[in-house]
Design a protein around this ligand. Structure first.
Ligand code: THU
Length: 141
């Protein structure tokens, strides 16, 4: 993983975030096993709950392009924070659906200069004991 290159791309991508309400710019880059990268930014809405986070923007595009869960290697995230960012609960649930539980999430922020400033977690660490498709099975309907 070339973190320097990812950081540079993510910082540039952040400028595309549509954030008239929070001014909090987030960008996500999904890294696929075929080495392609699929990007997303947060897109806000005057009806606040209609806002979509950068992670979900990128992951919905991955699915739209015809990729599947096992095609995903990792997700690189950059937030506009001074402290370490962290994906919201809805994005964690979304990741648990469309990413392998063992896929890595790289979390950086505006102060990240290189690999040592990036936190690495797995999807399963972000959402332990997740409610997933198997959880729906066995209700006899
Ligand atoms: N946001 C993301 O895009 N991803 C995160 O992981 C955290 C929050 C966005 C949603 C909203 O546009 C802004 O950040 C403030 O919550």
């Amino acid at each position: 993983m070339n973190f320097q290159e990812l950081l540079n791309k993510a910082k540039k991508l952040q400028t595309n975030a549509y954030v008239p309400y929070s001014n909090f710019r987030v960008a996500a880059i999904v890294i696929l096993k075929d080495k392609k990268e699929v990007t997303g930014v947060n897109v806000e809405n005057a009806s606040f709950p209609a806002t979509i986070c950068a992670e979900r923007t990128a992951l919905t595009q991955v699915i739209t392009l015809g990729y599947q869960k096992d095609d995903i290697e990792a997700l690189f995230l950059i937030t506009d924070s001074n402290s370490l960012g962290s994906p919201c609960g809805i994005c964690r649930q979304f990741m648990a659906e469309v990413m392998p539980m063992t896929a890595k999430v790289y979390i950086s922020n505006i102060n990240s200069k290189d690999e040592k400033d990036i936190k690495i977690v797995k999807v399963q660490d972000l959402l332990p004991f997740a409610f997933i498709s198997e959880s729906l099975k066995g209700n006899n309907k």
